[in-house]
Design a binder for this molecule. Structure first.
Ligand code: HEC
Length: 127
């Protein structure tokens, strides 16, 4: 019995980390997005490519979760598009940072901030 139990526990642990889907867009999750976004923007202006790059990669994954949430929710095509746009800008930021092109990275960071506002205008109803 013991021999079977351990692989099972390991399997369940792995499955749990892969299926980390959002059930709703929570304030805490968004607050994390904002903190990382601000830090990334300041690291771009400080020309700290390595730190800004890892933050862009992290944000891209978070917006993938946001996108998946709105795909599952349905009837939210514009929210799906804004999530996709966010991911596109973040991918551009990663590429620009790889090329040490900080001007392009900061232009994409500004474009990213506009998609935050666009989505909030329609989907953030609690203020
Ligand atoms: C596709 C839609 C969408 C996009 C894109 C988006 N947000 Fe949000 N955001 C939401 C929704 C929905 C809420 C309301 C969540 C809630 O119930 O508190 C929210 C709430 C917030 C809040 C308030 C959190 C709180 O404590 O209540 C912050 C801060 C925030 N977003 C930051 C950002 C930033 C920064 C970006 C861009 C880098 C961004 N968001 C992009 C949908 C979006």
């Amino acid at each position: 019995m013991r021999k079977l139990l351990l692989p099972l526990i390991i399997f369940m642990g792995l499955a749990g980390s892969v299926v980390a889907a959002l059930d709703e867009i929570e304030g805490d999750f968004m607050q994390d997005i904002e903190d990382i976004q601000k830090s990334m923007a300041s690291n771009i202006s400080l020309q700290d490519a390595a730190t800004a790059r890892s933050e862009a990669v992290e944000l891209e994954a978070m917006f993938k979760d946001v996108e998946d949430f709105y795909v599952r929710k349905g009837d939210a095509a514009d929210a799906v598009d804004w999530s996709k746009d966010s991911r596109t800008y973040l991918t551009e930021i990663v590429k620009a940072l790889d090329a040490k092109n900080f001007d392009v990275a900061s232009e994409s960071a500004v474009a990213l901030a506009k998609t935050c506002k666009a989505c909030h205008k329609i989907y953030k109803t609690d203020d």
